[in-house]
Ligand binder design. Sequence first.
Ligand code: KG4
Ligand code: ZN
Length: 329
Amino acid sequence: MTFILGIETSCDETGIAIYSEQGVLANKLYTQIELHAKFGGVVPELASRDHLSKIFPLLQEALQEAKITLQDISAIAYTAGPGLVGALLVGATVGRSLSYALNIPAIAVNHMEAHLLAPLIEDHKPNLPFLALLVSGGHTQIFQVNKIGDYTLLGESIDDAAGEAFDKTAKLLGLNYPGGPKIAKLAETALDKYHFDIPMKQGLNFSFSGLKTATANLIHKEELTDENKKSIAKAFQETVVNTLLYKCKKALQETNINHLVVAGGVSANTLLRTSLQDMLQKMHGEVFYPKLEYCTDNGAMIAHAGFILYQQHRFKEDLAIDVHPRWEM
Ligand code: KG4
Ligand code: ZN
């Protein structure tokens, strides 16, 4: 059996998981959301310190749950970027040192590649080539996945990422970080009152900063009653979702591909999930999502990506503990 230990510490979630031929054997997560909530965003130094205090207890729990010991581990995969440098360094230091001590390979995983591959954790998998929409706090990208490890970037945000736009708009509405789920909740019981146009329709790139400004202007203009807040959240969410739909449809048509995977924190959004499902059904295609727990940051997607890289012998050759805060895929 191959047992891959996965370590995720790129932002505000400490994730430790174990993946084998049988799938995810353990997936332990500690989220720092509460720690950062009062600051309105992630405080990097606090994040690093907290990862350090949680990483070993989670490792112990994961080994127990998988019913294995450290000696059974075949390789250690850790997130080496992109992300916060100090936070990444915690996972990289533990991952690289432990693999050295155990005399097993280390695998430096790209966090975005791990998100992209997360839908493949499920039994029902897309056919190659497929398109991938990556929507997280830092990224909004459409890739053509020719094969694993061979990705063509078709479009990306030229300014704010979709998740970032959710978070900033939420802040203006007086909601805590992370704003995505809170905006979605507000929108559930909202009345239709406002409308925004899809920004930047040409090409396959995205731009969300204009929408953010339009929303900010509306927030400053309107009386912020509970009802108005809900309606603003609804209009904002619908516009982000419609924009993502519009660009995905265009990319699918232009490439003549009909399988789409969607990953990253924003892929947890229910409106996005159901709308894409409808759209792909109409296009005689299919959309693939990770399970909700594998949408936002987690260790399982790192262990899973590590498992694939392990089979391809893509090991970290040197002993350097280096990370890549801006690592492009
Ligand atoms: O992938 P992720 O956990 O961390 C990054 O790598 O960035 O994504 C976090 C982002 C945040 O911006 C958060 O607001 C957004 O994902 N998010 C959502 C939802 N859940 C998380 N956005 C919209 N709707 C959601 N349900
Ligand atoms: Zn992420």
